[in-house]
Structures are given as structure tokens and as C-alpha cells.
Design a binder for this molecule. Structure first.
Ligand code: KG4
Ligand code: ZN
Length: 336
């Protein structure tokens, strides 16, 4: 199938055309950072309004770059949740209207399923089930057992902050510009990851849950009381090392519990080089394939939404009349 993907769950207005859940014919994303930067975070009302302003042109752009008309595609895939309600509504309304007007099937996709199948975009690899995904984004941090495209089970998750949220909040403490993750990574590159021994959350043997709020508090306390002449780059590098250690330890535990041939990294934080390198190193050490998506497919994009719709097939089909955006869409469902 050739699917038009639409993703507006947060602050990226993204559209794409993808063939067979794999070949990316176009992938368009308009980043709204400039509109949110002065507030130091995403302002939901601004995000929704920008989607309204940008989405029609973004759909035309994705189709144009793929050299296809709306009539030539086989269906429309849209993120139905989770995410910001106002943002989701814009994408869902547009997708319903397009599906209805062009008489095309509509597919509703869970944003997190999109991240998981991003790893197979523009590669020659087919997913080898079961595989294990470490999904690390701004809103979520979880380990997912993927037994098949329709059997996805969260086997471990954060008790508090998501990894991306921890990066963003710590970046603020370090007076770094928004968005914090990439800025913190750039600063960390100049620092010593062993300069400060920040805490690593370690649950009981075998447990797969994660936590980052204690780490963030510990960075704040350090900056307020003990930083002295410590270079900010050393704080950034030491914080990043602690996040990476916790994430890699939980993947390692999941590998102890079940035989996986493949581990997949996904979500915006997968764009972090230190994490991606540690993830690949773990794969090599444990003798499993470690997949890290191309950077442009790590952060929010619409190609991953089309990919997840294709792979989930009938399980993602939605009714163009009835589909509603669901900001709290449970992980186990696609849309509806
Ligand atoms: O998946 P994503 O684009 O949006 C969500 O669904 O949340 O992830 C965004 C998150 C943000 O918290 C951002 O700071 C983080 O991914 N991020 C990074 C890097 N690039 C993006 N975190 C650490 N290092 C990076 N290079
Ligand atoms: Zn995301």
C-alpha cells in the first residue's frame, strides 16, 4: 500500500507518503520551535493554531514530493493519540475529511506504535519477532515486548519523568535553550561523564521500572549547593551518563528475562548519540541485533505513522465518521 501519514500529536506538523510501511517517498515536518522557544516549553494553544495554519500545505507538500495525487494513494494514516488534545484534533479532522472526500480507507495509529515501527523505515530489514523496544521520548519511557504488529506489551516503564522530560528539565536548570535534549547533548560533548556521580535508579533484581525524577532533583541540589567551579559541561555529561546507564541496565535486564534476537531504540531521545552508541554496544556484547532509526525518524514524524498503520493493517482501520482524537489513548489500542 501507499499511505499518506499525518502526525500532529505535539508541536511538529508532519506529513509523509510511505510505500509498504518501509519506503519513504516523502517526509515533511515543520518544526514549531521558534514559536515556543521564548516560553521555554510547548504552549498547547500555539501548537494547535500552528497545525491549523500549516497542515493543508504540508499535505500538499508530501503528496507533491512523492509525485502522487490524493487519488493515487491507498489510504490515510493519522495519529489518534496520545498527545495534546488540540493538536491531535487538527490532524484527525484533516485525515477524516481527506479520507471521506477521496473515498480512501482511514487508519488510526497510536503515536507510540509509530515510534516503534520507525526503526524499519528506509531499511531492507523486516522486523524479526519477537523484538524488544526501548521507547524513549518526551512523554514516555518504556520497554515494549513486540510479539507481532498487534501484540505489543509494555513490560517496564518510568515511575515518574520520561527520559526526554528529564533532559528538558535538566537543560533548563543549566540555562540551555529550548528544546533542551539536543542542547544538553551538545554541552555534554565538552564535559567529563565521570566528573559527578549522580544517582542511578536501581529497582530490585529483575524489575524493569525506571525513574528519573530523583536524578533531576540531584542535579538541581548539586547546582544549588555544591557546584562551585564545576564546569556546566561536566554536569551535563554526568547527567547524560546517568540516564544512559539506567536505560541500558533495564534493556540488559529485559534481555536476561527473554530471548530476543533484536533490540530496537526509538523515540526522540534515540537521537542522542551517547545513548545510541551504548545501545549498539550492548547489542554487540549480548549478541543481538541493535537497531537505531535514522535521526529524522527518531523524533516525531509522519512516516512512522504510515509505517505503523501498514504493519497493523486491519487492527488500525478506523471509521471516517466515528474516529475521535484521544489524548490519553491507551498503549494497547490503535485508535477508533
Ligand atoms: O519523540 P519526540 O520527538 O516527541 C515525543 O513524542 O515526546 O521526543 C522529544 C524528546 C524531547 O524531550 C527532546 O528533548 C528529546 O526527545 N531529544 C533528545 C535529543 N533529541 C531530542 N534528548 C536527548 N538528546 C537528544 N539529542
Ligand atoms: Zn513522539
Amino acid at each position: 500500500m501507499i499511505l499518506l501519514g499525518i502526525e500532529t500529536s505535539c508541536d511538529d506538523t508532519a506529513t509523509a507518503v510511505v510505500r509498504d510501511g518501509r519506503y519513504v517517498l516523502s517526509n515533511v515536518s515543520t518544526n514549531q520551535d521558534a514559536f515556543h522557544a521564548k516560553y521555554g516549553g510547548i504552549v498547547p494553544e500555539i501548537a494547535s493554531r500552528r497545525h491549523v495554519a500549516l497542515l493543508s500545505a504540508a499535505v500538499d507538500d508530501a503528496l507533491g514530493r512523492a509525485a502522487l495525487s490524493l487519488g493515487e494513494i491507498d489510504g490515510i494514516a493519522v495519529t489518534a493519540g496520545p498527545g495534546l488534545i488540540g493538536s491531535l484534533v487538527v490532524g484527525v479532522a484533516a485525515a477524516k475529511a481527506l479520507a471521506f472526500a477521496a473515498h480512501k480507507p482511514l487508519y488510526a495509529v497510536n503515536h507510540l506504535h509509530g515510534h516503534i515501527f520507525a526503526a524499519f523505515l528506509d531499511t531492507d530489514r523486516e522486523p524479526a519477532y519477537p523484538f524488544l523496544t526501548l521507547l524513549v521520548s518526551g512523554g514516555h519511557t518504556q520497554l515494549v515486548d513486540v510479539a507481532s504488529p498487534t501484540e505489543l506489551t509494555v513490560i517496564g516503564k518510568t515511575r515518574d519523568d520520561a527520559a526526554g522530560e528529564a533532559f528538558d528539565k535538566t537543560a533548563r536548570l543549566l540555562d540551555l535553550p529550548f528544546p533542551g535534549g539536543p542542547a544538553l547533548e551538545a554541552l555534554a560533548r565538552e564535559g567529563n561523564p565521570r566528573a559527578i556521580a549522580f544517582p542511578r535508579y536501581t529497582p530490585g533484581a529483575g524489575a524493569l521500572d525506571l525513574s528519573f525524577s530523583g536524578l533531576k532533583t540531584s542535579v538541581r541540589t548539586f547546582l544549588e549547593n555544591d557546584a562551585g567551579a564545576t564546569a556546566r559541561a561536566d554536569v551535563a555529561a554526568s547527567f547524560q551518563a546517568a540516564v544512559v546507564d539506567v536505560l541500558i541496565d533495564r534493556v540488559s535486564r529485559a534481555l536476561d528475562a527473554r530471548d530476543y534476537g533484536t533490540i530496537v531504540l526509538s523515540g526522540g531521545v534515540a537521537a542522542n548519540t551517547a545513548l545510541a552508541d551504548a545501545f549498539r554496544a550492548l547489542g554487540a556484547k549480548r549478541g543481538v541485533d541493535a537497531l537505531v532509526p535514522e535521526r529524522r525518524f527518531c523524533t516525531d514524524n509522519a512516516a512512522m505513522i504510515a509505517a505503523a498503520a501498514e504493519r497493523r493493517g486491519a487492527a488500525a482501520r478506523a471509521d471516517a465518521f466515528a474516529l475521535t482524537a484521544n489524548p490519553n489513548l491507551p498503549f494497547s489500542v490503535s485508535g477508533s
